[in-house]
Design a protein around this ligand. Structure first.
Ligand code: 13P
Ligand code: SF4
Length: 302
């Protein structure tokens, strides 16, 4: 049996759509119907006319697809594919923060559980965090959660001094990228521009020529006159960039920048997922309704 052909056959038979995040392994990216960043994947999963969505990414992304397409059966090939950053905050934590800051507008990065999305006013992704915050009247205080690095980047870009951050929130993959690594990569690849994800530390962002979401990196590299780029994010992003823009060169800042959770998704797991229709994302109708409001508000702003 050719497992890739079987996946294509099952996909047709079951009227399924395969969505994959840019950090997925190359084989999964090649098999998917659509590969993108969190914002693109949210848009793509909204109102799909299919019976099944198989989400090759992490659980919060599959939950977002379920929230936006509740009539679809949404599957994730590994239920263990969590997100370290999303796990730093719970719905209960947000309720406590609401008591502490009753005047504030609550903005949640999409890297959060459905429970957290249900408790906040509006969501954002790395592609639109600045725009979402700018859509909120300047005099209103904001609680921005959970990623402290993205939050600091938003503070710098908007010049607002009334944003409260969730200091416990960071992504270990991006936190390990150091200024030293960037310096070494610049020496190794002279003339290369540095593109960094806003989950990186402020010291790293300060060294970057561009700060962008994963798909924003593709747009920047396409439009730039430069020919080589150092990529400060999860290492698989380089596969997507090399595939989309073969005329330019891309180098991961470090092979160590690897999201173990994204790598829980394998070709065999994807096949089993389609065949056995596992693991299904199941959310309470009330959580879906409340979380959808936060995501839709974001989609209206951008
Ligand atoms: P993007 O939305 O930029 O793809 O980022 C998602 C993510 O998990 C980054 O670590
Ligand atoms: Fe979560 Fe970080 Fe993995 Fe992105 S790279 S999914 S933020 S753990």
């Amino acid at each position: 049996m050719d497992i890739k052909e079987e996946i294509q056959r099952l996909k047709k038979e079951k009227n399924a759509l395969i969505l994959a995040h840019n950090y997925q392994i190359p084989e999964i990216q090649d098999l998917a119907d659509f590969v993108g960043d969190s914002l693109e994947l949210s848009r793509k999963s909204a109102g799909q006319d299919v019976d099944i969505i198989v989400f090759c990414g992490v659980v919060f992304m599959a939950e977002t697809a379920k929230i936006l397409s509740p009539a679809c059966k949404v599957l994730i090939p590994s239920i263990e594919a969590g997100c370290f950053l999303a796990d730093t905050i719970s719905g209960e934590d947000v309720r406590k923060l609401r008591e502490k800051y009753p005047e504030a507008v609550f903005v949640a990065y999409v890297n959060t559980s459905a429970d957290v999305k249900a408790e906040v006013d509006i969501c954002c992704t790395s592609a639109n965090a600045v725009k979402v915050v700018e859509s909120i009247p300047r005099e209103r205080p904001i609680v921005f959660l959970p990623d402290r690095n993205l939050g600091k980047y938003v503070i710098e870009k908007t010049g607002r001094d009334n944003i409260i951050l969730w200091e416990k929130g960071y992504c270990y993959v991006h936190e390990l990228i150091s200024p030293e690594m960037v310096r070494e990569a610049k020496e190794k690849y002279p003339g290369a521009l540095v593109i960094a994800h806003p989950e990186c530390r402020p010291e790293v962002l300060a060294m970057a020529d561009a700060v962008a979401s994963t798909s924003g990196m593709i747009r920047f590299a396409e439009q730039s006159s430069a020919k080589r780029f150092i990529i400060c994010t999860e290492k698989e992003m380089v596969y997507r960039l090399r595939k989309d823009i073969p005329s330019k060169e891309f180098f991961p800042v470090s092979e160590k920048a690897l999201c173990r959770m994204m790598k829980k998704i394998t070709i065999e797991g994807l096949y089993d997922s389609l065949k056995q229709e596992q693991y299904e994302i199941d959310l309470d109708a009330d959580i879906i309704d409340r979380a959808r409001r936060s995501i839709e508000r974001m989609l209206e702003v951008v």
